[in-house]
Structure formats: C-alpha cells, structure tokens
Design a protein around this ligand. Sequence first.
Ligand code: LIP
Length: 262
Amino acid sequence: MNKTEINLRFLAACATAREAGMLVRTRFLERDNVLKLKFKGPQDYLTETDGEVEQLIARRLADVFPDDAFLGEEYGGDIDDKLWVVDPIDGTADFARGVPYFCVSIAFVLRGNTEIGIVYDPMADELFTAIRGGGARLNNRPIKVSEIAKIEESVIELGWSSRVPFDGYARVHARFNELGASVKRCGSGALGLVYVAMGRQDAYCELHINAWDAAAAALIVQESGGWTNPFLTPECLQRGNEIIACTPQLRNIIEESMMLGH
Ligand code: LIP
C-alpha cells in the first residue's frame, strides 16, 4: 500500500471519528435523566449508542474503502490484511452513567501492523492522531511523552476489568504504590493511553484489554516517543492482550512490576 492510500485512509478516519464523536456527544447530552442501564455481563454495559455509532463508522469506511475488512467491539467482523479495528465508545461504563470520559477509537491495521491510530474525545473536542513514522498529534499539534524517569515521580494508570482475576491487579497496584508511584484508574483504556502520549500521565498498564480498545492509542504512544509492549499480536485481534505503555525511562521497572500480575 502506498503513502497516498494510507493518507487517504487517515483523512477519512479523522472525518469519521469526528462525525461519530458528535453522534456520541449528542446521545450523551440528550440522555434521559432517569438512569436506564443494560448489561452484557458483570460490569459490562450495553448501550444502543455503541451499536448505532459502530454502524455509522462501518458504513462511512465501507463507502470509501469497500475492500477493507472491519472488526468492531459490538458486531465483530472478519480479519484481513487491510483491517479497520474500531471501538465506537471506549469508556462505555462512564457514558452509560453520565460521566463525560469516553472516546471513539479507530485503527487501521495493514498485514498485522497498525499504520493509523485515531482517538477522539467529543466532550473535550480532542482529536489524537498518528500515522506510523509520522509522529503523534493532538488537534494537529505535535505531542510527546513526559520526561519522567523516576517511578516515585510518576503517575501510572492501572486499568482493570473482570476479564482478569482481581488478585493479580492488586499485586501490581501494591507494587506500584510501594515504589512511590501515584496510581489511578479511570474507565477508558484508549484515553488513558493517549494521555501518556502527551504527558498527562506517564504510563498506562492493563493485564488484559481488547484490540479495539488499545490498537489506535498504542500507535499514538509509540509515535509520541513512548514505549509499548508488542501489543497487537495476531492472537490479540481475536483475544486481546496485556498492554504496557510508558515513558522509555520507566520501561524496565514497570515491565518488572507487571510480571507480578500473572
Ligand atoms: C473499556 C476499556 C478499559 C477496560 C474496561 C473496558 P469499553 O472498554 O477501555 O481499559 O478496563 O473494562 O473494557 O468496554 O468501555 O469499550
């Protein structure tokens, strides 16, 4: 695939992320004050908007790139050499509860490598983007990871879900605390990762996260000068993987600490 074909996909993905984000924002702001919650499973929220937004994204991308495959959180899909990996709302729990902390995540994966990463927060109007080899940007301004090298000066987000046993998460959390890190947990892996890419925090780690949550944001971290583990393995597309993303200087001590979770 040549540079022009990648650039065309980048522009289409940015426009689609913004349009999808506006739909998410509209649904969020017009939601009924009476809380109506549905669940796919324990702490796994189901909202109609997830499905509606994923269908919009799939339609827009198929209109322009009909031969590309599509894999989304809500409706799944087939895996092929040219593949869109999409989470229509990352941070669904907060979206469902009326907390404005969520985003749209769109990645383009070519023969197993993420070439384009787009994460859009419609509430903050923050569009995080990266093309492999082209750097990372927030609203088209270059971004870089922080210079934090000492764990005792770091802010680490440690994600967790009931997809993994709690005790592993607790061991890692305790270790980070012991080392003097400030540890937090929000509810969107994609936002937590892109916050690393621009220095709002120094690491995002999770023992298991799905490909559609993190594929786009992991590229944005890499292109901002951060380090990530080799997240998008062939198995990851089907089964997810562990994610570790941090400033290069923190890599060793964080990798070591995450081993406690297994
Ligand atoms: C979320 C991830 C987060 C994880 C949550 C959930 P969703 O994605 O971004 O890292 O801890 O359990 O999977 O479900 O909001 O798209």
